[in-house]
Design a protein around this ligand. Structure first.
Ligand code: ADP
Ligand code: TRP
Length: 335
């Protein structure tokens, strides 16, 4: 029996931050070491194009995601790593799947619905204002990414579960129509911790809130950002609630259990915010300095290695994609 396929994509929309690390990059790196699976990881650059129209940024952010994955432990020997835009079969399949995707299903997709709702709130007369067809058909392209590689497991954050369900529905419509198992039915694999990492202001860390700590910020910037984390007004000596503190939350992500215990006690004993932040900076920097070095080496000094790794994944991914497309074309009658 062939191995089960595990597949995930990351959209290159900006410098990866600690939320991305904990919610997406680290879980995918951990899963890639799993035995008995074949892993396909890619940079979803055509998904990013729905919103990002700056050529330099799209290209740079794509390289940054690849470098981040490798710097944080992804082994390109174990994983097929590629850029979505290098796999033309994805786009052929995307059209075919569009013909199996009920329009109503797209109306209910959360990103589109949120855009419509925003227009409503802003009193726009055209509820589709600012929505391009890429945003509207986003779930179909994502279904093509997944189904092309016959993925069984798709590690994603909670916000993406609806998209995996759509991919599964569309695969079922197709299989049923042609009475054969052309596509493997995919399932979302959600990080059990379900952790939502808070940002500098205490809201969810997100590029859209400009409250992020970039994973690979230089040490001095990291320290400055940590100093900016919002805290309450308790003074040195006054007990602090660790569970309500972003400083504590971030510390726990990177510290050992016994360090976290000691830190919790220090909170209850009234550690000064300045000292707590210094300690947070220390553990963050300890965790990130090695990856930071590898990341910058890949992006700056070792550009050829990064390009080579990305190009090596392409024929492997395309071979799997071509095999799926042969089955698809045969099923629909265009072979
Ligand atoms: P952003 O909100 O910064 O635009 P994305 O939506 O591009 O981030 O998220 C990419 C991935 O990182 C998703 O899988 C998402 O679940 C995860 N992620 C983003 N922010 C966080 C966070 N604050 N905590 C946990 N996971 C996050
Ligand atoms: N839409 C995903 C996100 O925003 C990225 C993505 C594109 C993806 N294609 C995928 C994730 C296929 C998993 C599988 O995070």
């Amino acid at each position: 029996m062939s191995q089960e396929v595990i597949l995930t994509g990351i959209k290159p929309t900006g410098m990866p931050h600690l939320g991305n690390l904990v919610g997406a990059i680290q879980p995918s790196v951990d899963l890639s070491h799993k035995k008995d699976t074949e892993a396909f990881y890619f940079i979803a650059d055509y998904h990013a194009l729905t919103g990002l129209k700056n050529a330099k940024e799209l290209s740079q952010f794509s390289r940054e995601i690849a470098a981040a994955w490798i710097a944080l432990g992804l082994d390109p020997e174990q994983v097929v790593l590629y850029r979505q835009s290098d796999i033309p079969e994805v786009f052929e399949l995307s059209w075919i799947l569009a013909c199996f995707s009920p329009k109503g299903l797209m109306n209910r997709a959360h990103a589109y619905k949120a855009a419509v709702q925003k227009n409503q709130e802003n009193g726009e007369t055209d509820l589709d204002a600012g929505v391009n067809m890429g945003v509207y058909t986003y779930p179909i392209l994502m279904a093509a990414d997944i189904l092309l590689m016959q993925a069984r497991w798709v590690p994603v954050g909670g916000d993406q579960v609806q998209h995996i369900e759509i991919a599964r529905d569309v695969a079922q419509y197709f299989n049923r129509q042609y009475q054969r198992e052309v596509f493997t039915l995919p399932e979302a694999l959600i990080d059990e911790s379900g952790a939502v990492i808070p940002g500098l202001d205490g809201r969810k860390m997100s590029k859209s809130y400009q409250n992020t700590i970039p994973i690979f910020a230089p040490a001095a910037t990291l320290q400055k950002l940590v100093a900016r984390i919002a805290t309450d007004s308790t003074r040195p000596g006054e007990p602090k609630d660790p569970n309500a503190s972003t400083v504590f939350h971030l510390y726990r992500l990177v510290a050992t259990e016994s360090e976290t215990d000691t830190f919790r006690k220090a909170f209850l004993a009234g550690i000064a915010w300045k000292d707590a932040k210094d300690q947070l900076y220390e553990v963050l920097n300890r965790r990130l300095s090695g990856p930071r070095e590898r990341y910058h080496a890949l992006l700056e000094d070792d550009r050829d290695t990064l390009d080579r790794i990305l190009s090596e994944g392409v024929p492997k991914a395309r071979a799997v994609g071509a095999a799926t497309m042969r089955k698809v074309r045969k099923a629909i009658g265009v072979n």
